[in-house]
Design a protein around this ligand. Structure first.
Ligand code: PMP
Length: 436
């Protein structure tokens, strides 16, 4: 080929490259929060094609309609029209992927807005969104674990700098996993106290010679539906001066006049130093958060691996969660309604349940499986919890209530339940009830 032919080919190649970049522009444009790059705020809207859903794919097979009594959609917001509209508009405008972690390109003004809403809700200085509630617990625990090493600046941490973590025996798996990672730092020692047993916690705290102590507990326990004894924990906090961390995944927007969760319910918001939450339960969306002080946020942002090295929450999820938080705050009847369902369940069965999470301990694995199967064929989806999730012979049916279950749904469920279990025989956790 002649030189001019070659030059032409090269020109053509560069032209094609330019065009390709133009065409792909929509997938590299970002909405970056003012806070991340103070002087560089991009507000470029994407111009992606509209994608229409494949009808066949959306409805691939026949299905049986069941009433879900095993979800975490406590306020019935997972299909609220305002939230769905907000999410689909955001998806059209911004696409689905944040295309990076929060510290890279994934943090937008929408993230910031949701963070400040959640900080307000939890009465904390600030808040950090994480990809999920699981990641939030991991990020916090890893960060706690690394603080002592930070203080020791490279050398082995002294006894002064070591941190003691006290964790309830029935805390959520994500706390346990996070603690395991924290423990690897060798600057942390872990003490497990018997479930909600404050005299055991007090004894462990008394025995512990380490100065820096952290107590971590679920607010509303996910399996048994009982509450952490917040009033007693706060008394112990005054006595032993520890950092109090509460994972309120299930209590947020279910408990407290304003939906602030168990801390609001037990009037101890100030005493809870760090609050973990998820957006996947009462708000019916997806994502996790840590409400805390500005300095804790900074530590987690620089130490919490599951936050640093994971893709940020997608904008449609963030926008949906923000809409859900707004609805959950405004539509207070939903909170009243779920507690009415709890009261109705109590009256109809005579079982003294304490929250919308009802763990009916029926005994053997066979009993639990048969009961769940019977409920399934009668139109109810209730999951059986069997070993290894629980010890043998303490198998249970985990029933959860929602504000949008009708009285008729509830009555039918209870009639069906009574055909396979005897309410007088079931065992449940009734520690730390709240007066509702
Ligand atoms: N903490 C608790 C107490 C939970 O029950 C859950 C969810 N099962 C999580 C954290 C994790 O939240 P996510 O589903 O958002 O990861």
């Amino acid at each position: 080929n002649s030189i001019s032919d070659q030059e032409e080919a090269v020109k053509e190649f560069f032209q094609m490259f330019d065009e390709m970049q133009q065409w792909e522009r929509s997938s590299v444009e970002v909405h970056i929060a003012e806070e991340t790059f103070q002087s560089w705020v991009c507000e470029i809207s994407t111009t992606g094609e509209e994608v229409t859903a494949n009808e066949e794919e959306s409805h691939p097979q026949q299905f049986k309609k069941l009433i879900l009594f095993s979800g975490s959609d406590y306020l019935g917001l997972s299909s609220h029209p305002t939230i769905k509209r907000a999410a689909s508009k955001a998806a059209q405008e911004h696409g689905m992927s944040p295309r990076g972690s929060a510290l890279a390109s994934g943090y937008t003004n929408y993230h910031r807005l949701l963070e400040s809403c959640l900080a307000d809700l939890k009465k904390k200085e600030d808040c950090l969104l994480c990809p999920t509630g699981y990641a939030a617990n991991m990020a916090l625990m890893i960060s706690i674990g690394s603080i002592a090493s930070l203080l020791a600046v490279g050398s082995t941490p002294s006894e002064e700098d070591r941190i003691a973590i006290f964790s309830d025996a029935l805390n959520h798996a994500s706390i346990i996993d996070g603690i395991c990672l924290a423990e690897r730092q060798q600057s942390v020692e872990v003490f497990i106290y018997r479930h909600c047993d404050m005299s055991h916690l007090n004894a462990l705290l008394l025995k512990c010679k380490m100065k820096k102590k952290v107590v971590v507990t679920d607010g509303l326990f996910s399996m048994d539906g009982d509450f952490a004894p917040m009033v007693e924990i706060v008394k112990l906090r005054k006595k032993h001066q520890f950092l109090l961390v509460v994972d309120d995944a299930h209590g947020t927007f279910v408990c407290g006049e304003n939906g602030g969760g168990v801390a609001e319910e037990f009037n101890c918001e100030k005493e809870v130093d760090i609050c973990i939450g998820t957006l996947s339960k009462a708000t019916g969306c997806y994502g996790g958060f840590i409400a805390c002080s500005k300095s804790w946020k900074l530590i987690i942002q620089s130490r919490g691996c599951s936050f640093i090295f994971s893709t940020a929450m997608p904008v449609p999820d963030v926008v949906a969660a923000h809409a859900a938080v707004t609805v959950a705050k405004k539509e207070t009847w939903r909170r009243r309604e779920i507690w009415k369902r709890v009261q109705d369940f109590r009256v109809l069965t005579g079982i003294p349940i304490s929250s919308p999470i009802i763990s009916l301990i029926v005994g053997s694995e066979e009993k639990a499986l048969l009961a769940s199967q019977h409920l399934l064929t009668s139109g109810f989806y209730v999951i059986p919890i069997i070993p290894p999730a629980v010890p043998p012979n303490s198998c249970r049916l985990r029933v959860t209530l929602s504000a949008v279950h009708t009285m008729e749904d509830l009555k039918k469920l209870i009639t069906t339940l009574s055909q396979c279990i005897n309410f007088k025989d079931v065992d449940i956790q009734i520690s730390n009830k709240i007066a509702k």
